[in-house]
Every structure is written in structure tokens, then in C-alpha cells.
Ligand binder design. Structure first.
Ligand code: OAD
Length: 239
């Protein structure tokens, strides 16, 4: 590990939002809320029954609207303000807690709950309100083509060109609260390591990605991440 980094990349997953009261995906009462993934998170399910899928995400909105950032989100914001490096956040989370924490340079590779995308013209609608097959696109005026801007299984991730660039050019890669089982995000650490980054994992428990991380910090991100940020900041003061 170095004393000073010039470009830091965070990869965050559901675990960073757990202490904000949001269930992770693979916990007992996971985010799928007793729905089958095949029914609510695949592009085929959406084509088959769009309103069933819309209802699932519409119902999720109030909880995510009300959720507040926790010390883990705030720690990244602090680092972005106080550390003299470019700091980017690639998140798998569809919540907006990094934004609420005041962070910047955020890339939602799995989409975000407060958006819908028109499959006719690709216009992105920002809304915390309900979206349905009745919704008319405000850009092209076509009805029934607005899809939740959530990346379903069977679709491409968003911002991948940017992410590839960040993985090649960052010298510190920090993964926070992700189980590392959903690809391609699970392979980001391997790419970052290949291009020479130091790699750190902060998670409640050991993940199957163990091999590619230089350092593991176990515990709740709301406790471990502020401490890790404090250490990075004191490293530059002492160097
Ligand atoms: P998971 O639910 O798979 O994993 C969450 C991870 O966070 C687990 O390894 C937990 O041990 C850990 N964790 C839980 N609480 C924590 C805490 N307080 N502090 C630190 N770590 C904690 O969620 P993701 O890895 O984000 O995709 O799931 C990846 C993708 O799977 C999601 O983005 C979603 C789903 O398919 C889409 O919706 C497209």
C-alpha cells in the first residue's frame, strides 16, 4: 500500500446501504422481497408483463426516497473533499444515497430507481413518481415504451467505457459491501489489479473474490470506512 494515491476508484454494493436500513440482495429478507428474480429483474419478464415489473420498482421507491446516507457514504464524500486525488464511485446500487451524501463522480452501472428510459428514443426521465405502460415519453411522445432505468439480467451495464478507463488508470481500488457474485462487476478487482492498482475490500464477511485483494477489512462499512478514510488522510499528512 502506498502513502499517496493519484486516482481512487470505489466500487460499492448493497452492503454500503445496509446501515441506512436497506436490505441487501442476498440476505434473508433480500431486496427481491419474495419475488423471483426471473419475474422482476430480467428483460424477458419486462417484455412479458411490463406492469408487474413497473409495480415492483414503483413499490420500492418510497423506501429508497426516504433512506438517509450513513457514515460509510459520508466517509467517501469526506475523502473526495479532503484528499488530493481524483476519486470516482462506481455503484451497483440503484438507490441514490451517494448523491444524498453529497458525493460526486458517481456511475450507476446497474441503473437508478428514480429514472425510466424510453426504449424508443433512449430519453431518460427523472422521476420518483410511478411509471407504467401508460406513461408517455416526454421526448418522443410515444406511449408504453418507458422501462425502469434498472439494468436487468440480459442487458448491458451502463457507463462501461468509462468504467474500463477508470479500472485501467486508478491506483487504488476499494470495494465496499458487495458479495462479488454478479458479473461483470465481480471481475473489476481483477482488472484493477492487472493494471497495477492496490486493492482493498471492506465487507462484513470474506467473499469469494479474496484472491485479488491486497487487503481485507471486515466489519460494518459504517464503522470501517470512516476509519479507512481517516487512515488515508493521515498517510498523506505524514508523507
Ligand atoms: P449482495 O446482497 O449480493 O451483497 C451484499 C454484500 O454486502 C454481502 O457480501 C454482505 O456480507 C455485505 N454487507 C452486508 N451488510 C454490510 C455492512 N453493514 N457493511 C459492509 N458489508 C455489508 O449485493 P451486491 O453485491 O450489491 O443487480 O449485489 C450485486 C447485484 O446483485 C445488485 O446490484 C443487483 C443484484 O442482482 C441488479 O439489480 C442489476
Amino acid at each position: 500500500m502506498k502513502n499517496q494515491y493519484r486516482k481512487i476508484l470505489f466500487l460499492t454494493g448493497a452492503g454500503i446501504s445496509a446501515e441506512s436500513g436497506l436490505a441487501t440482495f442476498r440476505s434473508e429478507n433480500g431486496l427481491w422481497n419474495n419475488h423471483r428474480v426471473e419475474d422482476v429483474a430480467t428483460i424477458d419478464a419486462y417484455y412479458k408483463n411490463p406492469d408487474y415489473v413497473h409495480d415492483f420498482y414503483n413499490n420500492m421507491k418510497p423506501e429508497l426516497w426516504n433512506a438517509k446516507p450513513n457514515p460509510a457514504h459520508l466517509a467517501i464524500t469526506r475523502l473526495q473533499k479532503e484528499y488530493p486525488a481524483e476519486i470516482n464511485i462506481v455503484t451497483q446500487n440503484v438507490d441514490t444515497l451517494h448523491e444524498k451524501a453529497g458525493s460526486k463522480n458517481i456511475y450507476h452501472i446497474h441503473g437508478q430507481i428514480n429514472q425510466a428510459v424510453c426504449m424508443n428514443c433512449r430519453h431518460v426521465l427523472e422521476t420518483w413518481g410511478d411509471v407504467s405502460s401508460e406513461t408517455i415519453c416526454e421526448n418522443c411522445q410515444v406511449q408504453g415504451m418507458m422501462k425502469p432505468n434498472i439494468v436487468f439480467f440480459g442487458e448491458n451495464l451502463l457507463y462501461m467505457d468509462k468504467v474500463e478507463d477508470l479500472l485501467r488508470t486508478s491506483d487504488l481500488f476499494v470495494s465496499v459491501g458487495t458479495s462479488g457474485v454478479v458479473f461483470p462487476a465481480a471481475s473489476f478487482v481483477q482488472t484493477a489489479k492487472y493494471y497495477g492498482a492496490d486493492t482493498v475490500e471492506l465487507n462484513l464477511e470474506a467473499t469469494s473474490n479474496n484472491f485479488y485483494f491486497d487487503k481485507h477489512i471486515m466489519g460494518k462499512a459504517g464503522t470501517t470506512l470512516p476509519k479507512f478514510v481517516e487512515e488515508l488522510l493521515s498517510d498523506i499528512k505524514n508523507s
